[in-house]
Ligand binder design. Sequence first.
Ligand SMILES: Nc1ncnc2c1ncn2[C@@H]1O[C@H](COP(=O)(O)OP(=O)(O)OP(=O)(O)O)[C@@H](O)[C@H]1O
Length: 475
Amino acid sequence: MTENRYPDFGVLLVDDEPSYLRGLSIALERAGITHLQRCEDPRRVMEILAREPIGLVTLDLTMPHLSGEELLARIVEEHPDVGVIVISGMNQVETAVDCIKNGAFDYFVKTDEQRRLIEGIKRAIRLQELKLENQALRQRFLDDTLEHPEAFAPIITADKGMRAVFQYLESVAPSRQPLLICGESGVGKELVARAVHRLSGRPGPLVSVNVAGLDDNVFADTLFGHQRGAFTGADQARAGMIEQAAEGTLFLDEIGDLSLASQVKLLRLLQEGEYYPLGSDRPKRLNARIVVATHRDLHAKQQAGDFRKDLYYRLRTHQVLIPPLRRRKPDLPLLLDHFLAEAAEELGKSVPSYPPELPVLLANYDFPGNVRELRAMAFDAMSLHRSRMLSMEVFKRAIRPASEETAAAPMALERPVFAPDEALPTLHEVADLLVTEAMRRAEGNQSLAARLLGISQPALSKRLKRRRQGDGDPL
Ligand SMILES: Nc1ncnc2c1ncn2[C@@H]1O[C@H](COP(=O)(O)OP(=O)(O)OP(=O)(O)O)[C@@H](O)[C@H]1O
């Protein structure tokens, strides 16, 4: 069973000195690297690699029967995807350079500080994980398949960009590295976090915390918990959200609004993989996947000095951007149907029909509040709905303020349509422009475009035909 072991692939420690191997495994296990295998006989290494899912090998150079250099060459040739770190008793620059040239990922000397070696192994594991995820991702794009479409069922979409996001998420869902979900407010970031949690197969729960506006002490208490007596009023010990999310996912929403002091704490948690509950000097291990989301531009914030650069780079190991609703207009009718059905069920009404102009009206609106805004409109319309056909009034009223600003601005007075010295277009030309615009808004649907223009469909069809034949418009 490898479920609770880290990393997902095995780390094979090769050295002919049993005591060194034992010491190294204990140190690695303490650092949270538990998927380990030891080997004292270099002649068995190739056989283990052929049999076991090993992703990283640490290799001693001087061993009986088979030297580390020879083994390195064989591993690089026969298992190019396996990373190799050389740990040698000799501090020789030339040997180190040779090993790196021959394909080793890194080189350490046994007398080096153990902390450095552990950090190097952690770094190699992270890179190896990224490499494997990359391969899986490339494969998925080539296949254009989703392995677990059911995980995304609550996210209604037919958009290609969203499908690519889903494919990426399938690749990175099992990873233990943080995931950053970006996108405007209301695009569905929390839904995406839930899908990632489902996909991860982690047995623990998804625990969500909105970190916007949390003062630093509250942030630390919420995440790390406290010991009894840690501060005045702490009558009982309380587990933090990290502990509640054990074996699961901790979702930190609005991460772009985290105070600078709390950013330091989050960074340390991610770097060390452990934390101290308030009032305790016993560290606890982070045993939850961290997923964060923001509607802010973290890159800009980081450049402006409002977000720590090191934390930003750490968080964006895996990153997705959810496109705004105005960039995925074909999703509008699907989402509209979905929310009308949802509202109908909630309100105990039957699902209504709606005028064909409604999708056209929505398609010409920018939805600054994204899917949340559309959902609110649909629910509002359904709560007022009485007859068989859904009225467009609620939608028009919700959309109007923005469009009215332009329409109601005394256009003719303050912002003339044509400059005073500009030649006016002819009525034929204006009619032509209107027809083109109506057809664009109606996405080519002639009966909808005719309604927008206030003429009959046959009349519009006639105009379009004449235009195609190059005849003038009979005004
Ligand atoms: N593609 C979708 N299909 C169905 N429902 C959706 C979709 N996208 C968003 N929603 C719904 O829209 C609402 C807003 O979504 P969500 O809370 O996930 O957005 P968000 O991006 O996390 O917003 P914020 O940045 O404000 O936290 C929710 O009710 C969610 O269920």
